[in-house]
Design a binder for this molecule. Structure first.
Ligand code: PLP
Length: 383
């Protein structure tokens, strides 16, 4: 990324732009267009709304945590009519609730269902495939819009197969880049809705983007250096293979939960079907402050854990295990937490790190067992 900025109206840029715009599609598992904004993820949130909806349109959202609250706030400021289903911040959006709410809406006044796939404040992953099935069962035509800011390129996510209409994403998590790029993957149905959507827009306007994108260009100055990084990130994801990337995240998440259980602490997420593979929010026992633990770990080990956001402040700390991350990074992370727990005098059992290492070793042992078989096959072929 530390390279000279090239002319964003010139032929070299056209090649770069085309490469990343095309290369992004498989990451969203879509054949449709993906637009890239030079903005943080919040921009892509706003873009999803202003491109598809009109003032006073009714939308259905689910309180999954801090980030669903923020997306809701944008929608309200844009003058939408909000149906916000309350939640306890320990569960994802309920597919049954989606079905119930939409089946009551017989005149189809709800124009969009908006769900945060992976709620970064809680470590809970909503089941988008099931939500899609709920919408289909009641034959409701609402758009489905999904925030994948902390799940894209880390947790399996299928824009086309799940008929998602707008997927919102950002550069700074599974894409392994600094903050500063955000994305909308767009379905044909969303493009059709865009034609009639009356909310005012300029910077976020898909049509303004899609026209020059056909030649690899952007309507205004793109974040060229981040796009260099994006090209490299796409190469890295391709090299590892998306399925392997998902499996790596699943292994690290499982090892993290194994450590948390061994420490005798609670995982915030209540439903094992909704455990996040990108981060784990851990509850500290009553009467203890998670931020004091975070301060101690930062001071002694120079490791910054995620804080509890808004109503979870002081109650949880969050262990991130996503993006450019490997077994030894996780081992170091968990070691820092375990030492911090001791230094902070927080009641816990020892042995979390050992339990996590055993969990990580399990899959290595399996592949080590398979390796001689592969060698044997190779040498017999040579023979
Ligand atoms: C799930 C989710 N949605 C939206 C956002 C907002 O993105 P940004 O802070 O890049 O504007 C975040 C940020 O962490 C997030 O985790």
């Amino acid at each position: 990324m530390d390279r000279p900025v090239i002319d964003h109206r010139g032929p070299e840029f056209a090649k770069l732009g085309t490469e990343v715009l095309e290369g992004l599609r498989p990451v969203f598992q879509t054949r449709g267009p993906v637009v890239i904004y030079p903005s943080s993820g919040s921009g892509a949130w706003e873009a999803s709304i202003v491109n598809t909806l009109s003032p006073r349109d009714r939308v259905l959202m689910f309180e999954t945590g801090h980030f669903s609250n923020l997306w809701r706030d944008i929608a309200i400021r844009m003058g939408l009519h909000m149906d916000y289903v309350p939640g306890n911040w320990r569960r994802g959006a309920s597919p049954a609730d989606v079905e119930a709410r939409l089946s009551e809406d017989s005149n189809h006044s709800i124009k969009a269902v908006m769900v945060v796939h992976n709620e970064t404040s809680t470590g809970v992953t909503s089941r988008i495939a099931e939500i899609r099935r709920s919408m289909d069962r009641v034959h409701h035509p609402a758009l489905l819009m999904v925030d994948t800011i902390s799940s894209l390129a880390s947790i399996d996510y299928r824009h086309d197969e799940w008929s998602v209409d707008v997927t919102v994403a950002g550069s700074q998590k599974g894409m392994m880049l600094p903050p500063g790029l955000s994305f909308n993957a767009i379905s044909e149905k969303a493009l059709a809705a865009n034609k009639n959507a009356k909310l005012p827009r300029y910077y976020w306007d898909w049509q303004e983007m899609l026209k020059p994108n056909r030649q690899g260009f952007f309507p205004y100055t793109p974040a060229t250096n981040l796009i260099y990084g994006l090209r490299e990130a796409l190469l890295m994801l391709n090299e590892e293979g998306l399925t392997n990337v998902f499996q790596r995240h699943a292994r690290h998440a499982e090892a993290t939960r194994t450590a948390v259980r061994a420490w005798g602490l609670d995982i915030l997420c209540e439903d094992p079907r909704e455990y996040s593979n990108t981060l784990t929010a851990v509850c500290v026992p009553e009467g203890h402050n998670a931020d004091r633990l975070r301060d101690i770990i930062l001071e002694h080990f120079d490791m910054s854990l995620g804080t509890g956001l808004s109503r979870l402040a002081g109650k949880v700390f969050r262990i991130g295990h996503l993006g450019h991350f490997n077994d030894l990074m996780l081992a170091g992370t968990l070691s820092g937490v375990e030492m911090g727990l001791r230094l902070a005098g927080l009641p816990h059992q020892q042995g979390g790190v050992t339990a996590a290492l055993n969990s990580l070793l399990g899959s290595h042992q399996q592949s080590a067992l398979q390796a001689p078989v592969a060698e044997e096959a190779l040498s017999s072929r040579k023979r």
